[in-house]
Design a protein around this ligand. Structure first.
Ligand code: SF4
Length: 313
């Protein structure tokens, strides 16, 4: 049975007519492309706390770091109810490997949400929706992203990559042991090297020194790893990783194969070829010259190929 990866999503992004005005904000990429591989689990916190559709608008006000969500017409605060909507779903959210949020919403927005000065229309765009903030506080390692940012090929690839790495972590047998963690860390080696070499080495060093793999340590490990992956990898780092991989099995390749791979990696480095080109060639040569260590690397098969995420990198 194939693995079902669940990702939470703001209901309006999958076409549910739950917005304050009875509309939706359906995203084709989420509702069509991602649905083919992920089980999208929609939630609308404002409907969930009983505000109904249509409903009066809500806005954030006060301190940007800890704003209050109020119904504009009545000034009634709904902050606690929105946070509790997340609190009461902890068990369900534990099953999620990521969350896609609707931008700009005082409930779901992840960043740059308007925060108003109390009793005024003056505002700054530096807030985070109440529900989104609570989900982030409850699950700091879980990848979160906004619908609009998913239109950027780099951010889109980065989010999906993190969803698959986080899901792999969630699938590890519990309780976590040294050998399970070391194997997981080894499988993420090239993915992590492409994003953040110092963090790869620090995590490896701590894993080797660690005697007890209690919750404090494993929470620190996954939060550090996911944070390191949250910045997209640069072309320079990808090139280094590709050359590193080439070095791993260059003895098995003949001179022509080595030459072809070198040229394709350089073509990627100069921006003439997308990342999918050297990776396709590496996977082709790996089928000819199998190497278990390389074939287990998440970097070579991070997510389903037909999402075509590495064509735009
Ligand atoms: S942004 Fe969030 S609260 Fe607003 S309609 Fe969409 S799911 Fe509901």
């Amino acid at each position: 049975m194939s693995l079902v990866i669940k990702v939470g999503i703001s209901s309006c992004l999958v076409g549910e007519k739950v917005r304050y005005d009875g509309g939706h904000k359906r995203s084709d990429f989420c509702d069509v492309e991602l649905r083919r591989h992920l089980q999208l689990v929609p939630y609308c916190p404002e409907v969930g706390i009983g505000l109904g559709v249509p409903r009066p608008t809500i806005r954030l006000q006060g301190d940007s770091d800890a704003p209050d969500a109020v119904i504009v017409k009545t000034a009634e605060s709904v902050t606690e109810r929105l946070a509790d909507f997340a609190n009461n779903r902890e068990r369900q959210f534990e099953q999620l490997s990521g969350y896609i949020l609707c931008a700009k919403s005082p409930s779901c927005g992840m960043e740059r949400v308007r925060v108003y000065k109390e009793g005024s229309n003056e505002n700054t765009r530096d807030g985070m929706g109440i529900f989104a903030r609570r989900v982030q506080q409850m699950f700091p390692a879980m990848p979160l992203e906004e619908d609009g940012r998913l239109n950027d090929p780099l951010l889109r690839e980065n989010f999906i990559l993190r969803v698959y790495v986080y899901s792999a972590w969630q699938q590890l047998p519990r309780p976590l042991t040294a050998s399970v963690l070391q194997r997981f860390h080894a499988q993420q080696k090239f993915t992590l090297l492409a994003h953040n070499q110092p963090v790869y080495r620090e995590l490896g060093r701590k894993l080797a020194e660690q005697r007890s793999f209690d919750e404090d340590f494993t929470t620190w490990y996954i939060e550090t790893l996911m944070d390191a992956l949250s910045k997209p990898a640069s072309r320079k780092n990808h090139t280094n990783v590709l050359q590193h991989i080439q070095g791993f099995f260059s003895d098995q390749m003949d001179a022509d194969e080595r030459q072809d791979l070198t040229e394709v990696i350089l073509g990627y480095n100069s921006g003439q070829l997308p990342l999918v080109a050297p990776l396709t060639l590496i996977n082709h040569y790996l089928r000819k010259h199998p190497d278990t260590y390389l074939q287990e690397q998440s970097y070579l098969h991070p997510y389903p190929d037909d999402l075509k995420l590495r064509y735009g990198l």
